[in-house]
Every structure is written in structure tokens, then in C-alpha cells.
Ligand binder design. Structure first.
Ligand code: NAD
Length: 493
């Protein structure tokens, strides 16, 4: 049970029923004021995670709901019977733009950026699920649009509001483990199909699903039930595989406590990877340059290692025998410091030092009421609080796009390293210009398209076929996607 999707959704929504309602203060800066100073919130992508996200926001008016799959969305429609229903978020913005204050986005990864970017451009506050976007360029765009329009934003990595990540930051900044030069982070995902070839079988989409709207900006492909709901995660056009799915949770305490910024080098490796879907198990190594000292602690160059699909880091010798690195069912990380080693679960929960020493508690970072454990509710409510504060006096949610945009770029760079692994090199990243500096114009990327296996007369026969791409062009396309006709992002500010 611990690895099932149902258990994960349940685990992350237990607190939704008991959220704290923030005091009513003026809804600022929007030229529109909702009854009793409540926000008018619209939800896009409401059949899965969007549902508990909206329940966690039901201190406000949930005025509009949009989903491309009205059967899957039915439970959420029934939960908010007064909300107006849509299939196409563009129509929703056209018709209700003037009466919406904030937008919650929980669609498949490849459509987050379009919906969020247009909402930001309309001056709406945005709560957007993790990973924030599907491409590095989209992350950069959302970061800049959020700053330009001075709205409140939050990426939906709810662990980010938790006490654990705050404690990790305080311990590291107080010098409890010394200089950190190596971090190892992991998850056991995927718990959905990956490493698959595109299905050949053709299916007709059910009447309740608008397949064209689901595909959205990605290249059109025939419908198959294997893509939506939920299983889109493993398909490159729609999701980002296990790394993109979980790294925004697992690496959050690492990115935050070590103030990582942009990596300068990245290298990926995995089980067989094909053109269609993410591989079954992946490792990534990031190299970050030295950063400015934080409080008492210097921040030397650090290597961050990622493992998924069942691969775990080398077990630290001091880790007590029998201790399960996947005990929380999500993942965790090991910070190797010059004085001690810090181990945490996913999202920085349950931090402990391998020496057994317990640092004196000196909490000084802002705590979010109720954010103990991996729960929905406090993270959404902290965004709502920020929406109601004026831009000049706002305390941003800790996963506002100014933080989560660059963090998400790191995560997507890891996905890029996996997709470009066939180049057999440590990729050098020019973050400012969003390009790799050591891929030459003539380099070629060779990626498996199909891999049939047969036994003939007792002997194994593999028929492995490959596609070849110009590496600079392929990397450019992964970094900034070309969208299908009819889909556009607002310009980069
Ligand atoms: N923070 C967490 O703990 C957590 C947990 C699960 C999922 N997520 C994230 O939430 C997002 C959704 O994941 P999920 O598991 O709910 O997936 P899902 O497939 O179960 O649900 C996605 C919903 O969005 C709808 N949808 C897809 N494209 C749409 C579009 N263009 N317009 C309107 N509706 C659209 C689908 O029909 C479906 O109802 C993902 O980004 C995922 O990474 C976060």
C-alpha cells in the first residue's frame, strides 16, 4: 500500500479538512473585491491533486472549475456545485476574467506554464502544482511574469511550508554540520509506467474527454487510455518522469538550505531511454559553484546526486542497521558535512544527525501554522494570506515563483541531463542564456525508438532501432518548446 498512488494522495490530503482560515483583510490591487473579502478562486485541472488543493482553499469562493475530462472531474464538480464549469481555460478567462482573483493549476505538467503565464498576465494570483513547468524557458518566464505583475504565487510542493525544511535551514546556517560538499537525494518513483514505447493500438477518446485540449501545446498524437489521467507523468511530451515529478519535493530542503542558485555542470545516466517515455531508473549529478556565506556557514562548491527508480545512494556507515531510507514512502536526502551528516525524509521531514547529537532548537524562520508533516492545507492557506497582502507589504509564500522558478530550472536541467546522456559528457550550463556551452553544432544525439526482443531457436534477438537528432537543436527544443499551432506564451518581460 505504501507505494500506491492512493496512499500518496491520502497522505498528502489529511490536513485539508482542518485548515486555519486567515482573518479577512482587504483583497488588494485587483480593482475587484469579493464578498466578505474572500478571494474568487478558479481551479484548472481538478480531477486529481487539484481537488484536495481546492478543498484546502475552501475558506474562499471557488467560483470556476475547468477540466478537459468531465467524468474524472465529477467528484470535484460535486464538491463545489455553485462553481461555473469549463473545459477550456481560455474560455474561462474570457468569460470570468474580471471576477477571478486567483487561479489554481493542477493539470499535467506540459500545460502548467501556458495557463499560469496567461493568468499572471491578467494580474491573477497563481498557485501552480510542481514541477512548476515542463521546460526551463517556461520557468524563467513565470518567474519574471510573477515579479512584473506583483501578484502572490506558490508552487504546490506543500512540504516547502513544513517545519522540517525550516529546521534543516537553521541547523545548516548555524553551522551544525559544517561545510556541505556532497548531497545525495532519492525517491522510489516511478509508481506509474515508464520506459514504454508509444502504443500502436488506436483508441477512441470517451465523449467526456476533450483530447485535443488535453494535448494542448504538445504535438498531436492518437488518443490512448495510457496517457490520461495520471499516467501522463511517464511520457516526455506531457510529463517529466520520476525526477521531474519528485525532485521538487525531495530537493527542496537542499535547494533552500544550501542556497544553490544555478548549477554550472550536470550529468545524467539511466536505464535504457527512448524517444517517448522516461526511463525506469535515473541518476543525475549536479555541480554548483561556491556561494555566499549564510550566517555562520560558508558555502563551498557542492555536488548534488539524485537517484530514482529503486536505486539508492551508498548507505552511510553510521546509519543504524535496519533503518529504511524509504521509510516515509516518498524519498529523502543525506547532507554530507565536514562536521556531521544530516539525513532527512522527503521535503526535509524528520531531520536527524548521524552522530546522534541533537542540535539545540533555535527556531527563527517563519513557521506556517499547522504545517507539521506532509499535509495539504497550510501551504495553500499561506498563498491565500499572501494574495490578501498588498505587493509592497507582502510576505511571500516560501515557494513563490521568485524561489520556485529558479529551483524548477534546476530540476528540469536534471531531466535534460537524462535526455542528453547519449552525448557522454558532463554538460556545462550557461544559466543566464539558458544554453549548454559544450555541445558543438555537429554533434548528434542517438536515442532508442523501439527495442523488440524475440527468442529464435533458443537465442535472444534484440531489434533495437534508433532516431538521430542534431544535439544542439534537440537541446534547444527541450529547453524552449515549439508549441502546436494555436498555443502561445506571453512574451518574456
Ligand atoms: N504536490 C503533490 O503532492 C502532488 C501530488 C500529485 C500530483 N501533483 C501535481 O499535480 C498535477 C496534476 O497531477 P495529478 O496527479 O492530479 O494528475 P491527474 O491526471 O490525476 O489530474 C490532472 C487533471 O487535470 C485535467 N487536465 C489535464 N489537462 C488539462 C487542461 N489543459 N485543462 C484543464 N484540465 C486539464 C485532467 O483531466 C485531470 O482531471 C501535476 O503537475 C502533478 O505533478 C502534485
Amino acid at each position: 500500500m505504501k507505494n500506491s498512488r492512493r496512499a500518496f494522495l491520502k497522505k498528502t490530503s489529511v490536513a485539508a479538512a482542518g485548515i486555519t482560515v486567515v482573518p479577512n483583510i482587504a483583497v488588494s490591487g485587483l480593482g475587484h473585491r469579493a464578498p466578505s473579502d474572500k478571494l474568487n478562486v478558479a481551479g484548472v485541472g481538478i480531477g486529481g491533486k487539484g481537488h484536495p488543493n481546492l478543498v484546502a482553499m475552501n475558506s474562499e469562493n471557488i467560483v470556476a472549475l475547468c477540466d478537459v475530462d468531465w467524468k474524472y472531474a465529477e467528484k470535484c464538480f460535486n464538491e463545489f456545485p455553485k462553481a461555473k464549469r469549463y473545459r477550456d481555460w481560455r474560455k474561462m478567462f474570457d468569460e470570468m476574467g474580471n471576477s477571478i482573483d486567483g487561479v489554481m493549476v493542477a493539470t499535467a505538467d506540459h500545460t502548467h506554464a501556458l495557463i499560469a503565464a496567461h493568468a499572471l498576465t491578467l494580474g491573477k494570483h497563481v498557485y501552480c502544482q510542481k514541477p512548476l513547468t515542463h521546460s526551463v524557458y517556461e520557468s524563467r518566464l513565470l518567474t519574471r511574469l510573477a515579479a512584473k505583475h506583483k501578484v502572490a504565487t506558490q508552487m504546490g510542493n506543500q512540504g516547502n511550508s513544513g517545519d522540517g525544511v525550516r529546521q534543516v535551514c537553521e541547523w545548516i546556517w548555524n553551522g551544525e554540520i559544517g561545510e556541505v560538499t556532497e548531497v545525495h537525494a532519492w525517491t522510489d518513483r516511478p509508481i506509474w509506467p515508464q520506459g514504454l514505447e508509444r502504443p500502436a493500438e488506436k483508441m477512441t477518446p470517451p465523449d467526456t474527454l476533450d483530447w485535443d485540449l488535453f494535448v494542448g501545446p504538445a504535438p498531436m498524437r492518437p488518443y490512448h487510455e495510457i496517457y490520461t489521467p495520471w499516467n501522463w507523468r511517464g511520457w516526455w511530451d506531457f510529463g517529466t518522469g520520476a525526477f521531474g515529478d519528485m525532485a521538487c519535493h525531495v530537493l527542496d530542503p537542499v535547494y533552500q538550505s544550501l542556497k544553490l542558485g544555478y548549477p554550472e555542470k550536470v550529468n545524467g545516466s539511466s536505464t535504457q531511454m527512448n524517444t517517448e517515455s522516461a526511463p525506469q531508473a535515473e541518476t543525475v549529478e549536479f555541480i554548483f559553484p561556491a556561494r555566499e556565506q549564510v550566517k555562520n556557514q560558508s558555502m563551498p562548491s557542492v555536488k548534488v546526486f539524485w537517484y530514482d527508480g529503486g536505486i539508492l545512494p551508498r548507505r552511510p556507515e553510521l546509519l543504524p542497521e535496519g533503518e529504511d531510507l524509504m521509510a516515509d514512502g516518498l524519498g529523502g536526502c543525506i547532507f554530507v558535512g565536514s562536521k556531521d551528516t544530516l539525513v532527512t525524509g522527503c521535503g526535509g521531514f524528520n531531520p536527524r544527525l548521524l552522530s546522534g547529537r541533537v542540535p539545540k532548537e533555535t527556531p527563527y524562520l517563519r513557521r506556517i501554522p499547522g504545517a507539521v508533516g506532509y499535509v495539504d492545507g497550510p501551504h495553500e492557506q499561506d498563498w491565500i494570506r499572501a494574495c490578501k497582502e498588498s505587493p509592497e507589504n507582502r510576505t511571500e509564500g516560501t515557494s513563490h515563483f521568485g524561489y520556485s522558478g529558479p529551483f524548477n530550472e534546476m530540476v528540469l536541467l536534471g531531466v535534460l541531463a537524462i535526455r542528453l546522456q547519449n552525448l557522454n559528457k558532463i554538460l556545462k550550463w550557461d544559466a543566464e542564456n539558458m544554453r549548454f556551452t559544450n555541445i558543438s553544432d555537429s554533434e548528434e544525439l542517438r536515442i532508442v525508438t523501439s527495442d523488440e526482443f524475440k527468442v529464435i531457436d533458443g537465442h535472444p534477438h534484440f531489434d533495437t532501432k534508433y532516431a538521430r537528432f542534431n544535439a544542439v537543436e534537440a537541446a534547444g527544443e527541450y529547453i524552449k518548446h515549439t508549441y502546436r499551432d494555436g498555443w502561445d506564451l506571453p512574451p518574456m518581460p
